[in-house]
Design a protein around this ligand. Structure first.
Ligand SMILES: O=C(O)CCC(=O)C(=O)O
Length: 251
């Protein structure tokens, strides 16, 4: 196993300044092949979400041994902690697949509004399990958007149903003038984005499925914070998240 962590100060600076960064080749071809096959076997096309054209799993990292290994991978965790500059926990790991010729983009949004956490820092590592050129549904980020003024989160009532398509610009109108950076990634590369960073992903106009695995990291002291209409976990608001279910990186 390669133990080098290809992260330097420029990645951390970009992560804090722009709210995202990209690390090509965090996983080798051989490694990513193992995780890709596990994801191909696990993903279930019946779980397509019409709103964003994605097939998304629920708790894949807890249900599949190989995908759990990826979520808890020491090199990924070390890279995440180096970017964050603080101790972290793993909060989840899910497959996000976009079927071939899926015309629906994953619309512009940020993740904090939907987050069940109160934390100093929560962010996603989006791992490309296949090559993801722009036309296969690559991620686009609005650099610096995590530092925007205005409400910390959108009003949850405004993000339901059709309103999801416009809530981001409706809530933070200044973001419509923010530059957008689209990031094609080869298999084994990883994009990291802060949960306040506005982002989207395009449609998949290719003949191949776009397979990604997203690991969510949160600071070690995060507490549970249900959102209106969504209180799915056996915890009280304000309670530290379960240290066994959500293990410390490197723990
Ligand atoms: O994979 C996608 O299409 C969207 C992913 C996303 O929004 C995220 O990782 O926060």
């Amino acid at each position: 196993m390669t133990t080098t962590i290809p992260i330097d100060g420029t990645h951390a600076d970009q992560f804090h300044r722009d709210g995202f960064t990209v690390v090509p080749e965090l996983f080798t071809e051989d490694e990513i092949g193992i995780y890709r096959r596990a994801a191909q076997q696990f993903v279930d096309p019946r779980h397509r979400t019409a709103q964003v054209g994605l097939i998304a799993t629920t708790d894949a990292w807890e249900k599949n041994e190989t995908l759990r290994e990826l979520a808890l991978h020491p090199r990924l965790g070390a890279a995440a902690e180096r970017l964050a500059g603080r101790p972290l926990r793993v909060w989840g790991g899910e497959i996000l697949a976009k079927p071939p010729h899926e015309p629906t983009p994953s619309g512009l949004h940020e993740d904090m509004t939907f987050s069940l956490l109160d934390s100093a820092l929560t962010f996603n590592a989006w791992i490309a399990l296949v090559d993801v050129p722009v036309q296969r549904g690559a991620m686009t980020f609005l650099p610096g958007s995590h530092r925007r003024p205005g409400p910390e989160r959108a009003d949850f009532e405004t993000v339901r149903g059709d309103a999801f398509a416009t809530y981001l610009i409706d809530t933070w109108p200044g973001l419509q003038w923010n530059p957008r950076i689209t990031v094609p990634v080869r298999a084994g590369g990883v994009t990291f984005h802060h949960n306040r960073t506005a982002h989207e992903a395009g449609p998949n106009s290719t003949d191949e499925i776009r397979l990604a695995f997203v690991v969510t990291f949160t600071d070690a002291g995060a507490t549970y914070r249900p959102v209106p209409g969504s209180d799915p976990l056996p915890m009280r608001a304000g309670q530290p998240i379960d240290p066994v279910r959500y293990p410390r990186v490197g723990g």
